[in-house]
Design a protein around this ligand. Sequence first.
Ligand code: PLP
Length: 348
Amino acid sequence: MTLTSDPKAKNPQELDWNNLGFNYMNLPYRYRAYWRDGEWRDAGLTEDANVTISEGSTSLHYGQEVFEGLKAYRCKDGSINLFRPDQNAKRLQKSCERLMMPQVPVDMFISALKQVVKANEDYVPPYGTGATLYLRPYLIGVGGNIGVHPAQEYIFSIFAMPVGSYFKGGLTPTNFVASEYDRAAHKGTGASKVGGNYAASLFPGKLAHDAGFSDCIYLDPIEHKKIEEVGSANFFGITKDGKFVTPKSPSILPSVTKYSLLYLAEKRFGMETEQGDIYIDQLDHFAEAGACGTAAVISPIGGFKYGDHFHVFYSETEVGPVTHKLYDELTGIQFGDRKAPTGWIEKV
Ligand SMILES: Cc1ncc(COP(=O)(O)O)c(C=O)c1O
């Protein structure tokens, strides 16, 4: 019996690009490389969507797994953009360092991304639909190795799937709730993109969804007084006097989107920016708030429930003007309609 028989994706012509959601699809090609005896070997594309590994693999038992997420964007002229893939490559290297895994060189990472996008090019959604090709690089420890030690062998792979918006609303505000749980400890693995962080977030995420919220927002794991991040995105707020503020903490994932917004807010819109503390009892300082990330893009936060309080930032139904402006600039750059800062766009 096999539990790994995902059907092949529909033909691209049969896909409804405007209603994709965020779902796995078994596209024709993915990239694989194997680490053995201190080097990456046998790198290239494969049609096999299944990964067969030893039952004694560290990735199965001890969570020795790291991953990334980024997108390919179809431009008006038909060309395809990758958005700051070097930043994902570097973050993957940091995650690998934290979990004692071999690093993937930046050039190899970017070349692998391009191979996957080109091989599945028909699945890069058309310009104007807002949909994109999501790329999921990951690295796992493999080989029989049941002691709690780093594996001797690793697989690095990248697969892809066309996606629409991650949160149902897209650019329509949705509501979030503060979690009573923590996703990561201050000196734990929160700043690394490791599978275990997400396993820990499944239950709090379910509680939030069951209660009718888009997702939960984690508070600082020490005192539960400050906002840390959303389950799958960073948090930002726009103060009533127009400052872009985002939490600074060792247990949140350094979001490529967040750093891009910090840059755009300051350099393109002349806004003051700050990475600092956002106390949940001082939310009145903010005129707008949002969740930002590759999958979330910018998802406005309408209301935020913490304890018995329910705070509405800008509106539960309308997107705030600064959030909208940042969204237009960011997505304009990603889809090639607005000028990108040097080095942000890598053409496939
Ligand atoms: C926990 C978490 N925070 C933040 C982000 C946003 O990061 P990025 O903007 O690099 O996608 C993600 C998504 O990758 C995430 O999983």
